[in-house]
Design a protein around this ligand. Sequence first.
Ligand SMILES: Cc1cc2nc3c(=O)[nH]c(=O)nc-3n(C[C@H](O)[C@H](O)[C@H](O)COP(=O)(O)OP(=O)(O)OC[C@H]3O[C@@H](n4cnc5c(N)ncnc54)[C@H](O)[C@@H]3O)c2cc1C
Length: 314
Amino acid sequence: MSPEPTHDVVVVGGGAAGLSAAVALARSLRSVAVVDAGEPRNAPAAGAHNLLGREGVPPLELLAAGRREAEQYGAEIVTDRAVTARAGEHGFTIGLAGGGELRARRLLLASGLVDELPDVPGVAELWGRSVLHCPYCHGWEVRGRRIGVLGAGPMSVHQALLFRQLSEDVVFFPGRMADPGAEAWEQLDALGVRVVEGPVQRLRLEGDELRAVVLDDGQEVPVDAVVVAPRFVARADLYEQLGGTLTEHPVGELIATGPMGSTAIPGVWAAGNAGDLSAMVSAASGAGLVAAAAINADLVAEDAAAAVRARAAV
Ligand SMILES: Cc1cc2nc3c(=O)[nH]c(=O)nc-3n(C[C@H](O)[C@H](O)[C@H](O)COP(=O)(O)OP(=O)(O)OC[C@H]3O[C@@H](n4cnc5c(N)ncnc54)[C@H](O)[C@@H]3O)c2cc1C
């Protein structure tokens, strides 16, 4: 017989999604442990924007406050990396890199995603500062500046149009991307987006400052910011260990979820970027709350059924 659970719920990931879930679960008097490796996706950014009431808060400061709020209701925060997951009679056993394990009746994967950046020298160095992907996250900060958009796929033209809303000086570098079609070229042209053809070799940096996009032929185009289209890949090792598979999406891979975060594996939920590649902080937080409510309701139903069975057995 497998050992009894140590917690009602283990949450893997203590970002906006995981901590919001932990607060709601702990406030429902659920025993909850959050395992967090402390690497939220937006860590390189100076501030988190479009966050009502906390506009521009440094990402790690926001999560430190979230940890305190969760702990204040009794959630346990375990600073570690969850490396193994297996299902058993009573739920799930989560193994930790630092040794030891947690056992829970339900599992919430709030492990976020990995931004796979284009392999262009300079991009990784300035990621989240002057190399950007999201106009809502950092668009205001580069409004009116010289913005270069590195073409990678159909989304790149969309990005160029979105950033054109924020600046009249947008240069599009199609590089080796497939031809986006006549309509796309016409839109870029009509909006005054300059197109510079040819493979991009690297970004030119001076210290920590972005200076220019450098092409293979040596041409340099001065820019203040560069927009890229990463591939977004949900962190799903544990889901895969439990038998789950990632679902393809036009811009990456995710854990497919139902409306309240349920997954194809009974007892396992996903929230935040793990299940929604486009979720910003507020949306990730909302998804964590919704999943927590669904998990609590599921446990309530299980407990009620067990109580009925126990009474009938007397
Ligand atoms: C550069 C950049 C800037 C951004 N700026 C903004 C912005 O201004 N406003 C906004 O709304 N959104 C912004 N975003 C998006 C924002 O980062 C996401 O919406 C948010 O991080 C999603 O929250 P999450 O909880 O799903 O994942 P995350 O915040 O990524 O948190 C996941 C957590 O899980 C942990 N984890 C993963 N796997 C394990 C494991 N196996 N064991 C233990 N822990 C694990 C990670 O270490 C991490 O701490 C930005 C994104 C980027 C890349």
